[in-house]
Write a protein that binds this ligand. Structure first.
Ligand code: TRP
Length: 335
């Protein structure tokens, strides 16, 4: 008999446009993992509303994100791709898990503290409950692995604590998930401040290259990228952060090694180099952007994918939820 694949769960909030850093650091890894694991990928729109959103924009970004994931190579026939709010079990399990989570531990969460400062006028219960909803996401699918960035480490740890607590009070119910911190091919930094990671919510959008930037915008951003004094195109992250970042980007997008990239630009100036990096990124993104637009124009197809994704997700999620409801003592009706 074929061995059952391990389950992998991850989600992304539809709150900001994604950058080439997100593409290289997260999405490309999801795409690579999808053959080896039973994958669930969600667009976490319920997490998104913990910070006030414009409704029309949230709706648009949700479809955008789903289409983008498909355009990047997530295969919805294989992986389960769905929108979080389409599967009621997330909210339902979250409620139950709330009763296994202490207020004190939520108050101490790093992201809650950061976001409370940033959104001091709207420190709502949902913001505080964010980690419990995330625990519900993960635990509903009995996930073995959760690929996330380091900033989400604490959230996966809390999910484990909550799972353990529930299992101890009743009997083994939830699989203990493990965070998977993937080795990223290259860390992609801000073009204007190469000591910082490229961010989808950076103050100056000219430092980030977004997956929906058109060719001219991409080339303009690279032309304006910060380099260093000197004129040699050489990989030296300590002394030449800007040039090194551009070399990394060039290497990732062209598939050439850093050494080969250095050789390509030996004796050439920064201007020519920056233009070449912009071009290679724009060229690589062009087919992805075309596919993305094609999917967004085909609402019937996209909705079909998301509907079937939600149905498949629900089947797994409801199985876990039924166990939980039984264990906590919720009265059930005879069909
Ligand atoms: N909090 C995650 C982020 O902002 C998104 C997320 C929501 C998530 N639910 C999840 C990630 C479950 C992994 C598993 O990146």
């Amino acid at each position: 008999m074929e061995e059952r694949k391990k389950v992998l769960y991850s989600a992304v909030q539809p709150t900001n446009d994604l950058t080439i850093g997100n593409y290289i650091g997260a999405i490309q890894n999801w795409v690579k993992l999808q053959n080896d694991y039973d994958c669930y990928f969600a667009v976490a729109n319920m997490h998104a509303i913990t910070v006030r959103q414009n409704p029309a924009e949230l709706r648009r970004r949700t479809a955008d994100m789903a289409a983008l994931l498909i355009a990047c190579g997530i295969n919805p026939e294989n992986s389960v791709l769905y929108v979080q709010s389409h599967v009621p079990a997330h909210a339902e399990l979250c409620w139950t898990l709330n009763t296994f989570t202490y207020v004190g531990e939520m108050e101490r969460m790093t992201q809650f503290k950061d976001k409370s400062k940033k959104h001091a006028d709207n420190i709502n219960m949902g913001l505080m409950d964010y980690p419990v909803l995330m625990a519900a996401d993960i635990l509903l699918y009995q996930a073995d692995y959760v690929p996330v960035g380091l900033d989400q480490r604490q959230h996966v740890e809390i999910a484990r604590d909550i799972a353990q607590r529930f299992n101890n009070v009743y009997s083994p119910t939830f699989k203990m998930p493990e965070a998977l911190f993937l080795k990223v091919g290259a860390k992609i930094c801000d073009l204007l401040d190469p000591t910082k990671k490229m961010s989808k919510s950076a103050e100056n959008p000219n430092g980030s290259v977004f997956l929906n930037d058109d060719r001219d915008t991409i080339i303009r951003k690279f032309k304006r990228a910060v380099t260093d004094s000197g004129s040699e195109v050489r990989y030296d992250p300590e002394n030449k952060a800007g040039v090194s970042n551009l070399l990394s980007i060039y290497s990732v997008f062209s598939g050439k090694s850093i050494e080969k990239a250095e050789a390509d630009f030996a004796g050439k100036g920064y201007g020519e180099f920056k233009l070449a990096v912009g071009e290679v990124v724009a060229d690589k993104l062009a087919p992805l952007q075309a596919e993305w637009q094609r999917l967004l124009a085909d609402k019937a197809y996209l909705d079909g994918v998301l509907k079937s994704g939600a149905e498949r997700a629900e089947r797994t999620a409801n199985r876990t939820l039924a166990k939980v409801y039984k264990k906590v003592g919720f009265y059930s009706l005879k069909d």
